[in-house]
Design a binder for this molecule. Sequence first.
Ligand code: F6R
Length: 259
Amino acid sequence: MEVIIQETAEKATGVAARIVAALLREKPDAVLGLATGNTPTALYEQLVRLHRDEGLGFEAASSFNLDEFVGVPEAHRASYHHYMRRHLFDHVDVRDENVHLLDGNAEDIPGECDRYEEDIRDVGGIDLQILGIGPEGHIGFNEPTSSLGSRTRIKTLTRRTRRDLAGAFDEQDDVPKHVLTMGIQTILETRTCLLLAFGVRKARAVAAMIEGPVSASVPASGLQLHEDARVILDEAAASELERKSYYREVYEAKPSWQR
Ligand code: F6R
């Protein structure tokens, strides 16, 4: 796992934006795995700016989102369909037919999840998966004790996650109990994982993911098994790491062509 620590969330986001932009320039038909939530909003803002000001193209690219609520209409302000349009899709030249999101209102939920896995396979897999992390160590909505071998499926959110998500809904009780999410194994099959974490609220989960044992109790720790997992942190999210100075030395000693 490569651990990149930056002074601020803004700088960390800048590093992530450069990685995504470099991929799109090198491979315009790249397949992007996308996350929602607070963490990547500034990244999407930067990608929109690069599209507008520097001609970064999304026309040939495809995308797959990590997750979606069950039973929330697509047009609802809390749905991830809505989030993605608002933060990215409405502002870049990505084609509707290349955008993939799970349908949390599908009648046949297992069929919907299987279809999603098939669609990912059909495009040749995901090149770069953007991830956030929950304070209890989830990636996607693979909550603690999710199988490290899991694939796209329905999951039940923990109370803590439902509390964290309450801001997007009118009432706490409106937060759905269920979501559809890519599984850990689905995520591990992507070619590169780029996980972003900012703020002290994430520090414990980040330390457990990077330095703890690989365990279903901290689903993000499964990324230790990934060949190309990059974790980009601000100082606060890195604050509980024991080997912080080593990660810094590794990053600083990297030749510029490798950055
Ligand atoms: C969202 C997702 C979640 C979030 C995580 C962090 O698509 O898959 O794993 O990345 O809950 O959320 P924020 O960024 O809001 O702290």
